[in-house]
Design a binder for this molecule. Structure first.
Ligand code: DHE
Length: 584
Protein backbone atom coordinates (compact mmCIF):
# COMPACT_ATOMS: atom_id res chain seq x y z
CA UNK A 1 0.00 0.00 0.00
CA UNK A 2 1.43 3.45 -0.85
CA UNK A 3 1.55 6.17 1.74
CA UNK A 4 -1.26 7.98 0.00
CA UNK A 5 -3.30 4.83 -0.12
CA UNK A 6 -2.74 4.21 3.57
CA UNK A 7 -3.70 7.81 4.31
CA UNK A 8 -6.98 7.64 2.43
CA UNK A 9 -7.93 4.24 3.76
CA UNK A 10 -7.36 5.54 7.25
CA UNK A 11 -9.40 8.65 6.52
CA UNK A 12 -12.05 6.53 4.90
CA UNK A 13 -12.39 4.35 7.95
CA UNK A 14 -12.68 7.32 10.26
CA UNK A 15 -14.18 10.74 9.57
CA UNK A 16 -14.36 10.54 5.83
CA UNK A 17 -16.39 7.36 6.00
CA UNK A 18 -19.25 9.22 7.61
CA UNK A 19 -18.92 11.87 4.91
CA UNK A 20 -19.24 9.08 2.39
CA UNK A 21 -22.42 7.85 3.97
CA UNK A 22 -20.88 4.49 4.82
CA UNK A 23 -21.80 2.27 7.73
CA UNK A 24 -18.97 2.47 10.26
CA UNK A 25 -18.80 0.24 13.29
CA UNK A 26 -19.36 2.34 16.37
CA UNK A 27 -20.71 5.36 14.50
CA UNK A 28 -24.16 6.36 15.62
CA UNK A 29 -27.06 6.50 13.24
CA UNK A 30 -27.15 10.24 13.83
CA UNK A 31 -23.57 10.62 12.53
CA UNK A 32 -24.52 8.93 9.35
CA UNK A 33 -27.79 10.73 8.84
CA UNK A 34 -26.22 14.13 9.40
CA UNK A 35 -23.90 13.63 6.49
CA UNK A 36 -25.92 11.46 4.23
CA UNK A 37 -26.59 14.00 1.52
CA UNK A 38 -22.84 14.45 0.98
CA UNK A 39 -22.31 10.78 0.20
CA UNK A 40 -21.36 9.78 -3.33
CA UNK A 41 -24.18 7.26 -3.60
CA UNK A 42 -26.75 9.88 -2.57
CA UNK A 43 -25.35 12.34 -5.11
CA UNK A 44 -25.61 9.73 -7.81
CA UNK A 45 -29.36 9.10 -7.68
CA UNK A 46 -31.11 10.16 -10.89
CA UNK A 47 -32.48 13.67 -11.02
CA UNK A 48 -35.43 13.68 -13.41
CA UNK A 49 -34.94 17.23 -14.58
CA UNK A 50 -36.93 17.01 -17.79
CA UNK A 51 -39.92 15.59 -15.96
CA UNK A 52 -39.44 18.44 -13.49
CA UNK A 53 -40.42 20.82 -16.26
CA UNK A 54 -43.76 19.26 -17.15
CA UNK A 55 -46.94 21.11 -16.17
CA UNK A 56 -49.07 19.16 -13.69
CA UNK A 57 -52.51 19.60 -12.16
CA UNK A 58 -53.77 18.68 -8.70
CA UNK A 59 -55.55 15.33 -9.02
CA UNK A 60 -59.28 15.30 -8.04
CA UNK A 61 -59.71 16.32 -4.38
CA UNK A 62 -60.64 13.72 -1.78
CA UNK A 63 -62.01 14.34 1.72
CA UNK A 64 -59.18 15.08 4.15
CA UNK A 65 -56.75 16.18 1.43
CA UNK A 66 -54.21 18.74 2.63
CA UNK A 67 -54.71 22.12 1.03
CA UNK A 68 -52.30 23.13 -1.76
CA UNK A 69 -52.51 25.92 -4.28
CA UNK A 70 -51.91 24.96 -7.94
CA UNK A 71 -48.58 26.84 -7.90
CA UNK A 72 -47.45 25.06 -4.71
CA UNK A 73 -48.41 21.74 -6.26
CA UNK A 74 -46.42 22.57 -9.40
CA UNK A 75 -43.38 23.63 -7.38
CA UNK A 76 -43.59 20.51 -5.22
CA UNK A 77 -43.91 18.25 -8.28
CA UNK A 78 -40.79 19.83 -9.82
CA UNK A 79 -38.87 19.34 -6.57
CA UNK A 80 -40.15 15.78 -6.30
CA UNK A 81 -39.07 14.82 -9.85
CA UNK A 82 -35.67 16.45 -9.43
CA UNK A 83 -34.81 15.28 -5.93
CA UNK A 84 -37.03 12.37 -4.91
CA UNK A 85 -38.24 10.44 -7.98
CA UNK A 86 -34.79 8.92 -8.58
CA UNK A 87 -35.23 6.78 -5.45
CA UNK A 88 -38.99 6.69 -4.81
CA UNK A 89 -40.14 6.43 -8.44
CA UNK A 90 -42.07 8.83 -10.66
CA UNK A 91 -45.37 7.27 -9.55
CA UNK A 92 -44.11 7.00 -5.95
CA UNK A 93 -44.47 3.21 -5.97
CA UNK A 94 -40.86 2.79 -4.78
CA UNK A 95 -37.50 1.95 -6.42
CA UNK A 96 -34.31 1.95 -4.31
CA UNK A 97 -36.31 4.09 -1.86
CA UNK A 98 -39.57 3.16 -0.14
CA UNK A 99 -43.00 3.58 -1.78
CA UNK A 100 -44.77 6.85 -0.98
CA UNK A 101 -48.28 5.99 -2.07
CA UNK A 102 -51.08 7.83 -0.29
CA UNK A 103 -52.20 4.79 1.74
CA UNK A 104 -48.76 4.92 3.40
CA UNK A 105 -48.21 8.68 3.60
CA UNK A 106 -51.68 9.39 5.02
CA UNK A 107 -51.26 6.67 7.61
CA UNK A 108 -47.93 8.26 8.64
CA UNK A 109 -49.42 11.75 8.78
CA UNK A 110 -48.11 15.26 8.17
CA UNK A 111 -45.83 15.67 11.24
CA UNK A 112 -44.11 12.34 10.68
CA UNK A 113 -43.47 13.12 7.01
CA UNK A 114 -42.22 16.64 7.76
CA UNK A 115 -39.75 15.32 10.37
CA UNK A 116 -38.64 12.45 8.14
CA UNK A 117 -37.84 14.82 5.28
CA UNK A 118 -36.09 17.20 7.70
CA UNK A 119 -33.88 14.68 9.52
CA UNK A 120 -33.60 11.75 7.09
CA UNK A 121 -33.04 8.18 8.21
CA UNK A 122 -30.14 5.79 8.70
CA UNK A 123 -31.66 3.60 5.98
CA UNK A 124 -30.66 6.13 3.35
CA UNK A 125 -33.19 8.98 3.27
CA UNK A 126 -31.18 12.22 3.00
CA UNK A 127 -31.63 14.83 5.72
CA UNK A 128 -33.02 17.48 3.39
CA UNK A 129 -33.78 19.92 6.20
CA UNK A 130 -30.75 19.74 8.50
CA UNK A 131 -28.38 19.64 5.51
CA UNK A 132 -29.88 22.95 4.34
CA UNK A 133 -30.90 21.54 0.96
CA UNK A 134 -34.60 22.27 1.51
CA UNK A 135 -36.08 25.17 3.44
CA UNK A 136 -38.76 24.72 6.15
CA UNK A 137 -41.37 26.04 3.71
CA UNK A 138 -40.30 23.58 1.03
CA UNK A 139 -40.44 20.69 3.50
CA UNK A 140 -43.90 21.74 4.64
CA UNK A 141 -44.96 21.80 0.97
CA UNK A 142 -43.40 18.40 0.23
CA UNK A 143 -45.08 16.78 3.26
CA UNK A 144 -48.45 18.00 2.00
CA UNK A 145 -47.63 17.06 -1.60
CA UNK A 146 -46.90 13.42 -0.88
CA UNK A 147 -50.22 13.09 0.95
CA UNK A 148 -51.97 13.85 -2.35
CA UNK A 149 -52.18 11.44 -5.27
CA UNK A 150 -49.17 11.82 -7.57
CA UNK A 151 -49.55 13.47 -10.97
CA UNK A 152 -48.90 11.05 -13.80
CA UNK A 153 -46.52 12.23 -16.53
CA UNK A 154 -47.73 11.57 -20.06
CA UNK A 155 -46.95 8.45 -22.06
CA UNK A 156 -44.88 8.78 -25.23
CA UNK A 157 -45.90 6.45 -28.05
CA UNK A 158 -45.33 6.21 -31.79
CA UNK A 159 -47.45 9.28 -32.59
CA UNK A 160 -45.46 11.52 -30.21
CA UNK A 161 -42.15 10.12 -31.45
CA UNK A 162 -43.10 10.63 -35.09
CA UNK A 163 -44.19 14.18 -34.35
CA UNK A 164 -40.78 15.00 -32.93
CA UNK A 165 -38.81 13.08 -35.59
CA UNK A 166 -36.83 15.19 -38.08
CA UNK A 167 -34.59 14.06 -40.92
CA UNK A 168 -32.46 17.02 -41.94
CA UNK A 169 -30.44 15.18 -44.58
CA UNK A 170 -32.22 12.16 -46.09
CA UNK A 171 -30.04 9.10 -46.85
CA UNK A 172 -30.31 9.78 -50.61
CA UNK A 173 -28.68 13.20 -50.13
CA UNK A 174 -25.80 11.84 -48.05
CA UNK A 175 -22.39 10.97 -49.52
CA UNK A 176 -21.61 7.38 -50.51
CA UNK A 177 -18.05 7.73 -49.28
CA UNK A 178 -16.21 9.77 -46.71
CA UNK A 179 -15.96 13.37 -47.94
CA UNK A 180 -13.54 14.82 -45.39
CA UNK A 181 -9.93 14.12 -44.42
CA UNK A 182 -10.69 13.47 -40.78
CA UNK A 183 -9.27 10.27 -39.32
CA UNK A 184 -12.66 9.28 -38.02
CA UNK A 185 -11.44 6.44 -35.81
CA UNK A 186 -9.24 8.88 -33.93
CA UNK A 187 -12.03 11.35 -33.10
CA UNK A 188 -13.22 11.65 -29.53
CA UNK A 189 -16.78 12.74 -28.79
CA UNK A 190 -16.91 14.70 -25.54
CA UNK A 191 -20.12 15.21 -23.56
CA UNK A 192 -20.58 18.88 -22.66
CA UNK A 193 -23.18 18.13 -20.04
CA UNK A 194 -24.56 21.48 -18.99
CA UNK A 195 -24.51 23.12 -22.40
CA UNK A 196 -26.37 20.17 -23.97
CA UNK A 197 -23.68 19.72 -26.61
CA UNK A 198 -20.96 17.33 -27.69
CA UNK A 199 -17.52 18.41 -28.89
CA UNK A 200 -15.83 16.34 -31.57
CA UNK A 201 -12.09 16.54 -30.91
CA UNK A 202 -9.31 15.26 -33.15
CA UNK A 203 -7.25 12.68 -31.25
CA UNK A 204 -3.95 13.71 -32.86
CA UNK A 205 -4.11 17.51 -33.07
CA UNK A 206 -6.39 18.04 -30.00
CA UNK A 207 -8.32 20.56 -32.14
CA UNK A 208 -12.09 20.85 -31.72
CA UNK A 209 -13.49 19.75 -35.09
CA UNK A 210 -17.04 20.84 -34.33
CA UNK A 211 -19.52 21.40 -31.50
CA UNK A 212 -23.01 19.95 -31.93
CA UNK A 213 -26.20 20.95 -30.14
CA UNK A 214 -27.76 17.81 -28.70
CA UNK A 215 -30.38 16.90 -26.09
CA UNK A 216 -30.62 18.49 -22.65
CA UNK A 217 -27.79 17.49 -20.26
CA UNK A 218 -26.61 15.05 -22.93
CA UNK A 219 -25.45 11.77 -21.42
CA UNK A 220 -23.54 9.36 -23.67
CA UNK A 221 -22.33 8.91 -27.25
CA UNK A 222 -22.31 5.58 -29.10
CA UNK A 223 -20.95 4.89 -32.61
CA UNK A 224 -22.46 2.76 -35.36
CA UNK A 225 -20.63 -0.46 -36.25
CA UNK A 226 -19.19 1.04 -39.46
CA UNK A 227 -17.96 4.11 -37.59
CA UNK A 228 -19.95 6.42 -39.84
CA UNK A 229 -22.72 7.57 -37.49
CA UNK A 230 -22.40 8.99 -34.02
CA UNK A 231 -25.47 8.85 -31.78
CA UNK A 232 -26.04 10.89 -28.64
CA UNK A 233 -28.82 10.74 -26.06
CA UNK A 234 -29.95 13.67 -23.93
CA UNK A 235 -31.53 13.33 -20.51
CA UNK A 236 -34.64 14.69 -22.27
CA UNK A 237 -34.53 11.49 -24.41
CA UNK A 238 -33.55 13.33 -27.60
CA UNK A 239 -31.38 11.23 -29.91
CA UNK A 240 -29.06 13.00 -32.36
CA UNK A 241 -27.60 11.14 -35.32
CA UNK A 242 -24.42 12.72 -36.71
CA UNK A 243 -22.95 11.68 -40.07
CA UNK A 244 -19.15 11.70 -39.79
CA UNK A 245 -18.70 11.14 -43.56
CA UNK A 246 -20.10 14.47 -44.67
CA UNK A 247 -17.73 17.21 -45.72
CA UNK A 248 -18.42 18.73 -42.36
CA UNK A 249 -19.84 16.20 -39.86
CA UNK A 250 -23.52 17.10 -39.54
CA UNK A 251 -26.60 16.13 -37.53
CA UNK A 252 -28.72 14.31 -40.11
CA UNK A 253 -31.67 13.30 -37.92
CA UNK A 254 -33.12 13.75 -34.43
CA UNK A 255 -36.00 12.25 -32.49
CA UNK A 256 -37.49 12.46 -28.99
CA UNK A 257 -37.84 8.93 -27.65
CA UNK A 258 -39.61 9.81 -24.37
CA UNK A 259 -39.24 12.32 -21.54
CA UNK A 260 -36.19 11.05 -19.59
CA UNK A 261 -33.44 8.78 -20.89
CA UNK A 262 -29.85 7.67 -20.45
CA UNK A 263 -29.00 5.05 -23.10
CA UNK A 264 -28.59 4.62 -26.85
CA UNK A 265 -26.87 1.91 -28.93
CA UNK A 266 -26.72 0.60 -32.50
CA UNK A 267 -26.78 -2.86 -34.08
CA UNK A 268 -23.34 -4.47 -34.39
CA UNK A 269 -23.85 -8.11 -35.41
CA UNK A 270 -22.28 -9.09 -38.73
CA UNK A 271 -24.70 -8.40 -41.58
CA UNK A 272 -26.69 -5.96 -39.45
CA UNK A 273 -24.11 -3.20 -39.07
CA UNK A 274 -25.75 0.26 -38.88
CA UNK A 275 -29.19 -1.26 -39.56
CA UNK A 276 -30.91 -0.29 -36.31
CA UNK A 277 -30.51 2.04 -33.37
CA UNK A 278 -32.15 1.62 -29.98
CA UNK A 279 -32.85 4.08 -27.17
CA UNK A 280 -33.98 3.16 -23.66
CA UNK A 281 -35.93 5.59 -21.49
CA UNK A 282 -36.44 6.19 -17.77
CA UNK A 283 -39.85 7.73 -18.53
CA UNK A 284 -41.95 6.30 -19.98
CA UNK A 285 -40.44 2.93 -19.04
CA UNK A 286 -39.75 1.57 -22.52
CA UNK A 287 -37.28 1.23 -25.36
CA UNK A 288 -37.63 1.93 -29.05
CA UNK A 289 -35.92 0.32 -32.03
CA UNK A 290 -35.29 2.83 -34.82
CA UNK A 291 -34.12 2.71 -38.40
CA UNK A 292 -30.33 3.03 -38.38
CA UNK A 293 -30.26 5.45 -41.34
CA UNK A 294 -33.06 7.81 -40.40
CA UNK A 295 -34.07 7.23 -36.74
CA UNK A 296 -37.61 6.42 -37.86
CA UNK A 297 -39.23 4.78 -34.81
CA UNK A 298 -40.19 1.20 -35.69
CA UNK A 299 -40.95 -0.80 -32.57
CA UNK A 300 -41.64 0.36 -29.02
CA UNK A 301 -41.59 -2.10 -26.13
CA UNK A 302 -42.79 -1.29 -22.64
CA UNK A 303 -40.67 -2.59 -19.75
CA UNK A 304 -43.51 -2.58 -17.20
CA UNK A 305 -43.87 -5.93 -15.53
CA UNK A 306 -43.05 -8.13 -12.56
CA UNK A 307 -39.94 -7.79 -10.39
CA UNK A 308 -37.48 -10.65 -10.45
CA UNK A 309 -37.53 -11.41 -6.72
CA UNK A 310 -40.95 -10.74 -5.20
CA UNK A 311 -42.72 -11.05 -8.56
CA UNK A 312 -44.78 -7.94 -7.97
CA UNK A 313 -45.92 -5.57 -10.68
CA UNK A 314 -43.63 -2.58 -11.15
CA UNK A 315 -45.15 0.33 -13.07
CA UNK A 316 -41.95 2.13 -14.06
CA UNK A 317 -38.86 -0.05 -14.58
CA UNK A 318 -36.26 2.25 -16.15
CA UNK A 319 -33.99 1.18 -18.97
CA UNK A 320 -30.35 1.45 -17.89
CA UNK A 321 -27.38 0.28 -20.01
CA UNK A 322 -27.91 -1.16 -23.50
CA UNK A 323 -25.15 -2.96 -25.40
CA UNK A 324 -25.16 -4.62 -28.83
CA UNK A 325 -24.18 -8.29 -29.07
CA UNK A 326 -21.30 -9.30 -31.35
CA UNK A 327 -22.54 -12.91 -31.39
CA UNK A 328 -26.22 -12.59 -32.30
CA UNK A 329 -28.52 -9.98 -33.85
CA UNK A 330 -29.46 -8.82 -30.35
CA UNK A 331 -29.54 -5.81 -28.09
CA UNK A 332 -28.90 -6.52 -24.43
CA UNK A 333 -31.15 -4.29 -22.37
CA UNK A 334 -30.78 -3.77 -18.60
CA UNK A 335 -34.12 -3.15 -16.91
CA UNK A 336 -33.38 -1.57 -13.59
CA UNK A 337 -36.27 -1.92 -11.17
CA UNK A 338 -37.52 -5.35 -12.26
CA UNK A 339 -33.95 -6.72 -12.36
CA UNK A 340 -34.37 -8.36 -15.76
CA UNK A 341 -32.06 -8.36 -18.74
CA UNK A 342 -33.76 -8.64 -22.10
CA UNK A 343 -31.96 -10.02 -25.15
CA UNK A 344 -33.92 -8.33 -27.90
CA UNK A 345 -33.48 -10.12 -31.21
CA UNK A 346 -33.80 -7.62 -34.06
CA UNK A 347 -33.59 -10.14 -36.92
CA UNK A 348 -37.36 -9.88 -37.44
CA UNK A 349 -38.78 -6.93 -35.59
CA UNK A 350 -42.34 -7.67 -36.69
CA UNK A 351 -42.07 -10.96 -34.83
CA UNK A 352 -39.83 -9.68 -32.09
CA UNK A 353 -38.19 -12.43 -30.04
CA UNK A 354 -37.10 -11.44 -26.56
CA UNK A 355 -35.20 -13.68 -24.17
CA UNK A 356 -35.86 -12.46 -20.66
CA UNK A 357 -33.12 -13.26 -18.17
CA UNK A 358 -33.83 -13.14 -14.45
CA UNK A 359 -30.92 -11.25 -12.96
CA UNK A 360 -31.03 -8.93 -9.93
CA UNK A 361 -32.85 -5.69 -9.16
CA UNK A 362 -31.34 -2.26 -9.81
CA UNK A 363 -29.24 -3.13 -12.84
CA UNK A 364 -27.21 -0.14 -13.95
CA UNK A 365 -24.13 -0.17 -16.19
CA UNK A 366 -21.69 -2.74 -17.54
CA UNK A 367 -19.52 -3.89 -20.41
CA UNK A 368 -17.99 -6.86 -22.21
CA UNK A 369 -15.05 -9.08 -21.25
CA UNK A 370 -12.02 -8.95 -23.60
CA UNK A 371 -13.52 -11.55 -25.98
CA UNK A 372 -16.79 -9.62 -26.32
CA UNK A 373 -18.72 -12.76 -25.42
CA UNK A 374 -19.66 -12.09 -21.79
CA UNK A 375 -21.58 -9.03 -20.64
CA UNK A 376 -20.76 -8.18 -17.03
CA UNK A 377 -23.09 -5.71 -15.36
CA UNK A 378 -23.75 -4.25 -11.92
CA UNK A 379 -26.97 -4.44 -9.93
CA UNK A 380 -25.42 -1.58 -8.01
CA UNK A 381 -27.89 -1.02 -5.16
CA UNK A 382 -27.60 -4.74 -4.34
CA UNK A 383 -23.77 -4.89 -4.61
CA UNK A 384 -24.07 -7.69 -7.15
CA UNK A 385 -22.49 -8.46 -10.49
CA UNK A 386 -24.40 -10.34 -13.19
CA UNK A 387 -22.75 -12.19 -16.08
CA UNK A 388 -24.55 -12.97 -19.35
CA UNK A 389 -23.18 -15.27 -22.04
CA UNK A 390 -24.20 -13.36 -25.17
CA UNK A 391 -23.23 -16.27 -27.44
CA UNK A 392 -25.49 -18.79 -25.70
CA UNK A 393 -28.04 -16.16 -24.66
CA UNK A 394 -28.20 -17.06 -20.98
CA UNK A 395 -27.30 -16.15 -17.45
CA UNK A 396 -23.89 -17.39 -16.30
CA UNK A 397 -23.64 -16.15 -12.72
CA UNK A 398 -24.65 -13.59 -10.11
CA UNK A 399 -22.15 -12.86 -7.35
CA UNK A 400 -21.17 -10.25 -4.79
CA UNK A 401 -18.80 -7.51 -5.92
CA UNK A 402 -17.41 -7.44 -2.35
CA UNK A 403 -17.68 -3.67 -2.24
CA UNK A 404 -20.31 -0.99 -1.74
CA UNK A 405 -22.22 0.04 -4.89
CA UNK A 406 -20.20 -1.26 -7.84
CA UNK A 407 -20.04 1.21 -10.74
CA UNK A 408 -18.05 -0.18 -13.67
CA UNK A 409 -19.03 2.09 -16.57
CA UNK A 410 -18.07 -0.40 -19.26
CA UNK A 411 -15.34 -1.81 -16.98
CA UNK A 412 -11.69 -2.51 -17.89
CA UNK A 413 -10.12 -5.71 -19.24
CA UNK A 414 -6.60 -6.54 -18.13
CA UNK A 415 -4.34 -9.54 -18.50
CA UNK A 416 -3.50 -10.32 -14.89
CA UNK A 417 -0.05 -11.81 -14.22
CA UNK A 418 -1.60 -14.53 -12.01
CA UNK A 419 -5.28 -14.87 -12.95
CA UNK A 420 -5.18 -14.26 -16.70
CA UNK A 421 -8.00 -12.26 -18.30
CA UNK A 422 -9.85 -10.27 -15.64
CA UNK A 423 -12.38 -7.42 -15.78
CA UNK A 424 -12.39 -4.59 -13.25
CA UNK A 425 -14.99 -2.45 -11.54
CA UNK A 426 -14.56 0.24 -8.91
CA UNK A 427 -17.17 1.23 -6.32
CA UNK A 428 -19.08 4.37 -5.42
CA UNK A 429 -19.37 3.60 -1.74
CA UNK A 430 -15.81 2.53 -0.86
CA UNK A 431 -12.25 2.54 -2.18
CA UNK A 432 -12.17 -1.05 -3.46
CA UNK A 433 -11.64 -2.17 -7.02
CA UNK A 434 -12.81 -5.70 -7.75
CA UNK A 435 -10.88 -7.77 -10.29
CA UNK A 436 -13.13 -10.49 -11.67
CA UNK A 437 -11.93 -13.60 -13.52
CA UNK A 438 -13.45 -13.84 -17.02
CA UNK A 439 -11.80 -16.93 -18.48
CA UNK A 440 -13.91 -20.03 -17.74
CA UNK A 441 -11.81 -22.18 -20.08
CA UNK A 442 -8.24 -21.14 -19.20
CA UNK A 443 -8.84 -20.27 -15.52
CA UNK A 444 -12.01 -22.14 -14.52
CA UNK A 445 -11.43 -21.80 -10.76
CA UNK A 446 -11.27 -18.03 -10.97
CA UNK A 447 -14.06 -17.42 -13.47
CA UNK A 448 -16.82 -15.12 -12.19
CA UNK A 449 -15.28 -14.57 -8.77
CA UNK A 450 -13.49 -11.57 -7.32
CA UNK A 451 -9.91 -12.80 -7.62
CA UNK A 452 -8.30 -9.71 -6.11
CA UNK A 453 -9.30 -6.46 -4.45
CA UNK A 454 -7.27 -3.31 -4.99
CA UNK A 455 -7.59 -0.18 -2.88
CA UNK A 456 -7.87 3.11 -4.75
CA UNK A 457 -7.97 6.76 -3.70
CA UNK A 458 -11.28 6.58 -1.87
CA UNK A 459 -15.02 6.15 -2.34
CA UNK A 460 -16.89 8.03 -5.03
CA UNK A 461 -15.26 6.27 -7.97
CA UNK A 462 -17.28 6.04 -11.17
CA UNK A 463 -15.00 4.72 -13.89
CA UNK A 464 -11.98 2.45 -14.48
CA UNK A 465 -10.12 2.29 -17.77
CA UNK A 466 -7.34 0.50 -19.61
CA UNK A 467 -6.43 -0.47 -23.20
CA UNK A 468 -4.96 -3.68 -24.71
CA UNK A 469 -1.73 -1.72 -25.45
CA UNK A 470 -1.45 -0.37 -21.91
CA UNK A 471 0.13 -1.84 -18.77
CA UNK A 472 -1.96 0.49 -16.58
CA UNK A 473 -5.34 0.45 -14.87
CA UNK A 474 -6.71 3.94 -14.14
CA UNK A 475 -9.31 4.57 -11.41
CA UNK A 476 -11.08 7.90 -10.86
CA UNK A 477 -13.02 9.12 -7.78
CA UNK A 478 -15.01 12.16 -8.96
CA UNK A 479 -17.73 11.91 -6.32
CA UNK A 480 -15.37 11.76 -3.35
CA UNK A 481 -16.10 14.68 -1.01
CA UNK A 482 -12.39 15.53 -0.61
CA UNK A 483 -11.09 17.82 -3.37
CA UNK A 484 -7.63 16.19 -3.31
CA UNK A 485 -9.26 12.85 -4.09
CA UNK A 486 -11.91 13.92 -6.59
CA UNK A 487 -9.23 15.85 -8.48
CA UNK A 488 -6.84 12.91 -8.83
CA UNK A 489 -6.61 9.49 -10.43
CA UNK A 490 -4.98 6.27 -9.15
CA UNK A 491 -2.92 4.21 -11.61
CA UNK A 492 -2.00 0.56 -10.99
CA UNK A 493 0.70 -1.18 -13.04
CA UNK A 494 -0.93 -4.34 -14.39
CA UNK A 495 2.33 -6.33 -14.46
CA UNK A 496 2.77 -5.59 -10.71
CA UNK A 497 -0.59 -7.02 -9.72
CA UNK A 498 1.08 -10.24 -8.56
CA UNK A 499 2.35 -8.32 -5.52
CA UNK A 500 0.53 -8.81 -2.25
CA UNK A 501 -0.59 -5.20 -1.92
CA UNK A 502 -0.12 -3.53 -5.29
CA UNK A 503 0.75 0.13 -5.02
CA UNK A 504 -0.69 2.87 -7.13
CA UNK A 505 0.68 6.10 -8.48
CA UNK A 506 -1.49 9.13 -7.87
CA UNK A 507 -1.82 11.59 -10.77
CA UNK A 508 -2.86 15.13 -9.71
CA UNK A 509 -4.91 15.71 -12.84
CA UNK A 510 -6.90 18.74 -11.60
CA UNK A 511 -3.67 20.39 -10.41
CA UNK A 512 -2.15 19.81 -13.86
CA UNK A 513 -5.15 21.50 -15.45
CA UNK A 514 -4.25 24.64 -13.49
CA UNK A 515 -7.76 25.99 -13.13
CA UNK A 516 -7.94 29.06 -10.91
CA UNK A 517 -11.55 28.82 -9.69
CA UNK A 518 -13.95 26.15 -8.48
CA UNK A 519 -13.41 22.58 -7.39
CA UNK A 520 -13.29 20.53 -10.57
CA UNK A 521 -13.78 16.77 -10.46
CA UNK A 522 -11.73 14.46 -12.61
CA UNK A 523 -13.90 11.96 -14.41
CA UNK A 524 -13.82 9.08 -16.90
CA UNK A 525 -10.54 8.22 -18.56
CA UNK A 526 -10.75 7.38 -22.27
CA UNK A 527 -7.87 6.08 -24.39
CA UNK A 528 -7.00 7.29 -27.85
CA UNK A 529 -7.26 4.72 -30.62
CA UNK A 530 -3.56 3.80 -30.50
CA UNK A 531 -3.70 3.17 -26.74
CA UNK A 532 -0.78 5.52 -26.13
CA UNK A 533 -2.54 8.23 -24.14
CA UNK A 534 -5.53 8.61 -21.88
CA UNK A 535 -7.81 11.66 -21.67
CA UNK A 536 -9.51 12.81 -18.45
CA UNK A 537 -12.25 15.42 -18.08
CA UNK A 538 -11.65 18.10 -15.48
CA UNK A 539 -15.30 18.84 -14.80
CA UNK A 540 -15.96 22.21 -13.20
CA UNK A 541 -19.17 24.20 -12.65
CA UNK A 542 -20.95 25.51 -15.74
CA UNK A 543 -19.78 29.11 -15.25
CA UNK A 544 -16.16 28.13 -14.53
CA UNK A 545 -13.27 26.95 -16.63
CA UNK A 546 -13.05 23.20 -17.31
CA UNK A 547 -10.42 21.25 -19.26
CA UNK A 548 -9.36 17.92 -20.70
CA UNK A 549 -6.03 16.58 -19.50
CA UNK A 550 -4.13 14.14 -21.72
CA UNK A 551 -1.67 11.77 -20.00
CA UNK A 552 1.11 9.82 -21.69
CA UNK A 553 0.34 6.21 -20.84
CA UNK A 554 3.96 5.01 -20.89
CA UNK A 555 5.49 7.72 -18.71
CA UNK A 556 2.35 8.77 -16.78
CA UNK A 557 3.40 12.36 -17.47
CA UNK A 558 1.23 15.24 -18.54
CA UNK A 559 1.08 15.49 -22.31
CA UNK A 560 -1.48 18.17 -23.03
CA UNK A 561 -4.11 20.33 -21.38
CA UNK A 562 -6.98 21.09 -23.76
CA UNK A 563 -8.73 24.31 -22.82
CA UNK A 564 -11.34 26.20 -24.80
CA UNK A 565 -14.18 28.41 -23.64
CA UNK A 566 -16.56 26.13 -25.51
CA UNK A 567 -15.59 23.13 -23.34
CA UNK A 568 -18.37 23.63 -20.78
CA UNK A 569 -18.69 20.86 -18.16
CA UNK A 570 -16.96 18.05 -20.10
CA UNK A 571 -17.73 14.61 -18.63
CA UNK A 572 -17.93 11.42 -20.79
CA UNK A 573 -15.54 10.88 -23.70
CA UNK A 574 -15.94 8.32 -26.45
CA UNK A 575 -13.20 7.52 -28.95
CA UNK A 576 -14.86 6.42 -32.18
CA UNK A 577 -12.76 3.27 -32.65
CA UNK A 578 -12.70 2.07 -29.04
CA UNK A 579 -16.43 2.67 -28.63
CA UNK A 580 -17.56 0.92 -31.78
CA UNK A 581 -15.24 -2.05 -31.20
CA UNK A 582 -15.87 -2.24 -27.44
CA UNK A 583 -12.18 -1.81 -26.64
CA UNK A 584 -11.73 -1.06 -22.93
FE1 DHE B 1 -24.38 8.18 -16.18
C1 DHE B 1 -23.38 5.80 -18.48
C2 DHE B 1 -27.34 6.56 -15.81
C3 DHE B 1 -25.19 10.30 -13.62
C4 DHE B 1 -21.57 10.00 -16.80
N1 DHE B 1 -25.20 6.49 -16.96
C5 DHE B 1 -24.61 5.63 -17.89
C6 DHE B 1 -25.52 4.56 -18.17
C7 DHE B 1 -26.65 4.78 -17.43
C8 DHE B 1 -26.44 5.98 -16.67
C9 DHE B 1 -27.90 3.93 -17.39
C10 DHE B 1 -25.26 3.40 -19.13
C11 DHE B 1 -25.63 3.79 -20.53
C12 DHE B 1 -25.35 2.68 -21.52
O1 DHE B 1 -24.27 2.07 -21.44
O2 DHE B 1 -26.22 2.41 -22.36
N2 DHE B 1 -25.97 8.37 -14.90
C13 DHE B 1 -27.08 7.60 -14.93
C14 DHE B 1 -28.00 8.04 -13.90
O3 DHE B 1 -29.16 7.61 -13.70
C15 DHE B 1 -27.27 8.98 -13.02
C16 DHE B 1 -26.87 8.21 -11.78
C17 DHE B 1 -28.05 10.18 -12.51
C18 DHE B 1 -28.78 11.00 -13.53
O4 DHE B 1 -29.68 11.76 -13.13
O5 DHE B 1 -28.46 10.90 -14.72
C19 DHE B 1 -26.06 9.28 -13.90
N3 DHE B 1 -23.52 9.86 -15.34
C20 DHE B 1 -24.02 10.57 -14.33
C21 DHE B 1 -23.19 11.72 -14.03
O6 DHE B 1 -23.41 12.59 -13.13
C22 DHE B 1 -21.98 11.63 -14.89
C23 DHE B 1 -20.75 11.35 -14.04
C24 DHE B 1 -21.69 12.92 -15.68
C25 DHE B 1 -22.70 13.22 -16.76
O7 DHE B 1 -22.28 13.48 -17.88
O8 DHE B 1 -23.89 13.23 -16.48
C26 DHE B 1 -22.35 10.43 -15.77
N4 DHE B 1 -22.77 7.93 -17.40
C27 DHE B 1 -21.74 8.83 -17.53
C28 DHE B 1 -20.82 8.36 -18.55
C29 DHE B 1 -21.33 7.13 -19.02
C30 DHE B 1 -22.56 6.90 -18.28
C31 DHE B 1 -19.53 9.06 -18.96
C32 DHE B 1 -20.73 6.24 -20.11
C33 DHE B 1 -19.57 5.50 -19.58
C34 DHE B 1 -18.98 4.57 -20.59
O9 DHE B 1 -17.75 4.39 -20.53
O10 DHE B 1 -19.70 4.01 -21.40
Amino acid sequence: MTLQNAKWRKALLSGAAAALGLAVTGASAQDKTDNHADGPSAQYEPSLTTLGEIQVEIPGRKPGDPVMTPSEFQEAATLYFERCAGCHGVLRKGATGKPLTTDITRENGYEYLRDFITYGSPAGMPNWGTSGEMSEDQIDMMARYIMLDPPEPPEFGLAEMKKSWEVFVPPADRPTEKMNDLEIDKLISVTLRDSGQVALIDGDSYEIVKIFDTGYAVHISRISASGRYLFTIGRDAKVNMIDLWMEEPTTVATIDTGLEARSVETSKFEGWEDKYAIAGTYWPPQYVIMDGDTLEPLKIKSTRGMTVDTQEYHPEPRVAAIVASHYRPEFIVNIKETGKIQLVNYADIDNLKITEIEAERFLHDGGFDSTGRYFITAANARNKMVVIDTREGKLVDIFDSQGETPHPGRGANIDHPVYGPVWATSHLGDDTIALIGTDPEGHPDQAWTVVQQLYGLGGGSLFVKTHPESDHLYVDAPLNPLAEVSGAVAVFRVSDLDQEEPEYTELPIAEWADIPEGQPRVVQGEFNKQGTEIWFSVWNAKDKESAIVVVDDKTLELKKVIKDERLITPTGKFNVYNTRKDVY
